[in-house]
Design a binder for this molecule. Structure first.
Ligand code: ADP
Ligand code: MG
Length: 321
């Protein structure tokens, strides 16, 4: 016990027993690990300091500082930050299902119900970040959205799956679709992570944006513009994520970065046939309100959460109970 207490008090990476790799980024590797004191599973993002210049190191500290301020069920919690000579360690709560990205790859696309189940939770995280803390994520994408799995297999589902396999040549896809339509598709709690590109914005008591220093009349346009449009970039990204969830591919893609930049700048996207044919007009309308070029007309997170397609489900969900 004394030994345990000693371990607990030492702010050292030795407190954790390292496991396998959960994911990799450009400058980081994320490992699963076990806290030897609490026996809890964690995820540890390890960053090699020698690979980073001073500015990049400062950014890691910024990421840590921002994460420390966040306390919300739909946001990955930072448990502790450890730094030694060679490494930064971001000890985080583990989100065992991994990236939502891999689920899209696995199942091609999600049902409208499951897409809604996921996107509402992402929006709840944004509502908290934007309106309560004043942090914009700026790197929202399926690779940075994680999930906790829930078990959904029931007897009647098993027998239906067996029937599907016998009757349908396209069984694999249908099976996926069926599973995704059933009981939330095994996706439970959603948590967003990777605050590496996030930024603090300045909020006043009424949670509206304010200038960091003095009168607006003397503030440089880039600062005003940056603060004014910062939340909206997350809402655009939310639109891209919702689009991908519903059809399985992104709204904007082009092998040429130049062409891609142009189509994004014009906000040129289509609800491509046949993939979007079966998707409701309510869902399409909701995506369009997010993928609106003019940031002033684009949905805010509050508006998004009141969208008819989003609220529709609320009714549905209650009636299922
Ligand atoms: P980077 O900034 O390098 O992209 P991320 O924070 O996005 O780093 O982590 C890289 C990958 O590691 C993620 O895409 C995910 O697959 C995995 N990962 C990160 N944090 C967690 C976590 N808390 N739980 C489970 N997997 C995680
Ligand atoms: Mg990432």
């Amino acid at each position: 016990d004394e030994n345990k207490r000693q371990i607990a008090s030492r702010k050292s990476i030795e407190r954790y027993k390292m496991g396998g790799v959960l994911g990799e980024g450009a400058f980081s590797v994320v490992y699963s690990a076990v806290d030897l004191v609490s026996k809890e599973k964690v995820a540890i993002k390890i960053i090699k300091k020698y690979q980073l210049d001073q500015k990049q190191r400062d950014n890691v500290l910024k990421e840590v500082n921002l994460m420390k301020q966040l306390n919300h069920p739909n946001i990955v919690r930072l448990i502790e930050f450890i730094e030694n000579e060679n490494y930064f360690y971001l000890v985080q709560e583990v989100v065992s299902g991994g990236e939502i990205f891999n689920q899209i790859v696995k199942y091609t696309y999600f049902s409208e119900d499951l897409s809604r189940h996921v996107i509402i939770q992402v929006a709840e995280a944004l509502l908290y970040m934007h309106e309560q803390v004043g942090i914009v994520h700026r790197d929202l994408k399926p690779e940075n959205i994680f999930f906790k799995p829930i078990k959904v297999v029931k007897e009647d589902q098993k027998t239906r799956l067996q029937k599907l396999r016998k009757s349908d040549t396209n069984a694999k896809l249908d099976e996926g679709k069926f599973v995704m339509n059933y009981g939330g598709g095994g996706i439970g709690l959603i948590k967003i992570g990777d605050f590496g590109l996030s930024k603090q914005i300045v909020l006043n008591e009424n949670n509206s944006l304010k200038t960091p220093c003095g009168t607006i009349g003397y503030t440089a346009p880039e600062i005003v513009r940056d603060m004014k449009y910062s939340k909206e970039v997350d809402m655009w990204a939310l639109g891209c994520v919702l689009y991908i969830l519903l059809c399985g591919f992104p709204p904007f893609f082009n092998d040429s970065i130049e062409e891609l930049t142009k189509t994004v700048a014009r906000g040129e996207f289509k609800f491509l046939s046949p993939w979007w044919d079966e998707i409701s007009s309510g869902a399409k309308n909701c995506v369009s309100k997010l993928l609106t070029v003019n940031p002033i007309q684009r949905y805010t997170v509050e508006q998004f959460l009141k969208d008819p397609w989003i609220l529709d489900s609320e009714k549905g969900r209650h009636s299922h109970r």
